[in-house]
Design a protein around this ligand. Structure first.
Ligand code: GLY
Length: 380
């Protein structure tokens, strides 16, 4: 793998370095990056062939540009297209993707390119991790959520009937290209859902960033410099956590703020379009702050401010916001018990002493969580 910085800085591009020794890599953020991908990849890995994994939506919208860019740089590329949606993160699709990589005779020194949102990044990243015992992967995330979170940091995997992301591998990319222009064509609902992860960075460790988001979220939604700045700030924060704690033995787990509740809500709604991942995280963030208030760790006005901002951008913040309803509190607690954020039976939560002050709470009693969920259900 390359550990060099491979791009000539373009004034409109931000470059964030993920520092992992010989496995360090750049996240490049800005416009026209899919157009430039062939040149950047050829500089990174001269002579390598590439195998593109994408989904049925992105294959139409963004793959043609990537294909032209790779061809112009002399990169021989094959591709496979999987059905768009979370349901593709399964063993059967993984097998098909690995088989396609091997059938295309992609070798260990070649590259897999993940072109798509979080599902594609996780699936293609995992296929790359296991095909020929590991082929390097370039992540080209096409959703806000993937650009600020899932394409960075090397977590890859699939879902099983036991839960989300329960089978996978850490497999760091060798390059991430976050083309902010592709977000212009993202449906508003998906953009908003990704925004929950942007807000999360402020809430967990950077109160000034959260305050900036409160004032600038309109500009960020419209594109331009505010969008690039928010994505770069998010990537920088994530890169720092990953550099310090790649395998999530400690502080990286703070990035899971809102995720214990969020994953349970996603499981309870069948990982369906009823509740997108980022929407579940938005409710999870609001609940994590409410739980922090209930445990007398956090001031109520901070929790109210969190919910007010998320609601202002149009995100759900309450159980009652989930279309089609939810199962009872016991069922939600059971989903939490199956999540990876459980240690020896106790629920592991990320809680907050205020905005920007998250910390790990490894032994939250299920009764305390139950009380918050029950109180939530009683709210009108
Ligand atoms: N999405 C949390 C992490 O990558 O650690």
């Amino acid at each position: 793998m390359s550990s060099g910085t491979i791009v000539e800085a373009h004034p409109a591009h931000e470059i964030v370095r993920v520092d992992l020794g010989t496995r360090s890599y750049d996240i490049i953020i800005g416009t026209h990056l899919i157009e430039a991908a062939g040149r950047l990849i050829a500089e990174l890995r001269p002579g390598a062939a590439a195998f593109v994994v994408t989904d049925s939506n992105v294959a139409e919208s963004h793959f043609p540009m990537l294909e032209r860019s790779l061809a112009a740089a002399g990169i021989c590329a094959a591709k496979t297209v999987v059905r768009a949606g979370e349901a593709s993160k399964n063993f059967a699709t993984l097998e098909r993707v690995v088989d396609a990589i091997l059938a295309a005779r992609i070798e260990r020194n070649d590259l897999v390119i993940a072109l798509g949102g979080g599902v594609i990044g996780d699936l293609a990243g995992f296929a790359a991790a296991i095909a020929r015992r590991g082929i390097d992967v370039v992540q080209i995330p096409t959703t806000l959520l993937a650009q600020v979170d899932s394409a960075i940091g090397g977590k890859t995997g699939i879902n099983t009937k036991h839960g989300k992301n329960l089978v996978g591998a850490f497999h760091q990319p060798c390059l991430v290209l976050a083309d902010t222009q592709v977000l212009d064509t993202l449906p508003q609902r998906e953009f908003r859902a990704g925004y929950a992860e942007v807000a999360k960075y402020g809430l967990l460790g950077d109160a000034a960033f959260f305050a900036w988001l409160e004032s600038n979220w309109h500009e960020l939604f419209s594109g331009g410099a505010a969008r690039t700045r928010a994505i770069a700030t998010s990537c920088r924060m994530k890169a720092d956590f990953v550099s310090r704690d790649e395998r999530e033995r400690g502080e990286r787990a703070l990035l899971n703020l809102g995720h214990t509740f969020g994953h349970a809500l996603e499981a309870a709604t069948g990982f369906s379009d009823r509740l997108l991942h980022g929407e579940a995280i938005a409710i999870g963030l609001a609940l994590a702050f409410r739980l922090s208030v209930a445990l007398e760790l956090c001031d109520r006005k901070d929790a109210d401010r969190v919910a007010a901002h998320l609601a202002a951008v149009g995100l759900p913040t309450r159980l009652a916001d989930v279309a089609g309803g939810l199962p009872d509190t016991d069922a939600l607690l059971q989903h939490m018990a199956q999540d990876k954020k459980v240690r020896r039976g106790a629920l592991v939560f990320v809680l907050a002493r205020g905005i920007g002050k998250a910390f790990m709470a490894p032994d939250v009693a299920p009764e305390q969580v139950r009380a918050v969920l029950d109180a939530e259900r009683r709210r009108t």
